[in-house]
Design a binder for this molecule. Structure first.
Ligand SMILES: C[S@@+](CC[C@H](N)C(=O)[O-])C[C@H]1O[C@@H](n2cnc3c(N)ncnc32)[C@H](O)[C@@H]1O
Length: 238
């Protein structure tokens, strides 16, 4: 099983300016806790650690363990990450068992089918894109038998800033999980492949707000959703 087969695709942009902007604006504490949901090779964890955050990741693909260990070690050796910041990735799924339970009970709203995500439910508020033969892909999130937060030593509510780079069909479930289990004032940064950026009704139902990231009045988020700078910030509606 290669990384590609389980969806590993490294974020190609530079995440640091987005995180720095949130620290500068006071939304995230400079010594806050960062969690990459689906950490891949751990490079984003190292980048967040290099800014002084206590930086963690959860990754489901065991074949990437050697790469994330190596990247964390090399980040330390080359002085990228301060000695006092934590950098750690653990194996597991970031979906809590409780979320999967709610889904099985039909008490969630995240679309399960790519077809539904892009073409139904949200009518004129959905920006459609042509998925060709992939239109009917179905998404089945899973949780781990062993809770990865136990291995990390903290709870999901203790996370100040989340990052997630996922495929379009996965994003609604990630957002819903964040809306239910994230702390009220936590922030989620997302760079999503193939996701229509206008999905207002779903976000309202989830109680979330999606915003571009600003730094000193300049917008860092590109509105072209295929661009590596299309990192959006989600937070709970106050
Ligand atoms: C597109 S890659 C992004 C990797 C890294 N965050 C980055 O931006 O470079 C998504 C990663 O999420 C992982 N993933 C997918 N679903 C997951 C889950 N439920 N729990 C943990 N990891 C997951 C995949 O194995 C893959 O490595």
């Amino acid at each position: 099983m290669t990384g590609e087969e389980t969806g590993f695709h490294p974020y190609r942009g530079n995440i640091k300016p987005f995180i720095s902007a949130l620290i500068e604006s006071g939304e995230v504490s400079p010594t806050g806790r960062f969690l990459d949901l689906g950490a891949g090779d751990g490079k984003i964890v190292v980048d967040a650690g290099s800014l002084g955050l206590n930086s963690y990741g959860i990754e489901i693909n065991p074949n990437l363990a050697q790469q994330w260990e190596e990247n964390i070690r090399s980040g330390r050796e080359h002085g990228k990450t301060p000695d006092n910041s934590r950098c750690q990735v653990v194996l597991g799924s970031y979906y809590p068992k409780e979320y999967i339970f709610l889904r099985e009970q039909g008490r969630t709203i995240a679309p399960r089918y790519e077809d539904g995500l892009f073409y139904r439910s949200y009518g004129s508020e959905t920006v459609c894109c042509d998925l060709g033969d992939e239109r009917d892909r179905v998404f089945h999130p899973v949780s781990s038998d062993q809770d990865p937060f136990k291995a990390l030593g903290f709870h999901i509510e203790d996370v100040d800033l989340f990052f997630n780079y996922s495929w379009g069909i996965e994003l609604p479930s990630v957002l819903e999980m964040f809306s239910i289990f994230g702390r009220r004032d936590s922030v989620l940064l997302n760079n999503s492949a193939g996701y229509p950026v206008e999905h207002k009704k779903m976000l309202v139902e989830m109680g979330l707000v999606m915003e571009p990231i600003l730094f000193k009045g300049r917008q860092l988020t590109s509105t072209f959703w295929e661009n590596s700078d299309s990192v959006w910030r989600y937070r709970k509606r106050l």
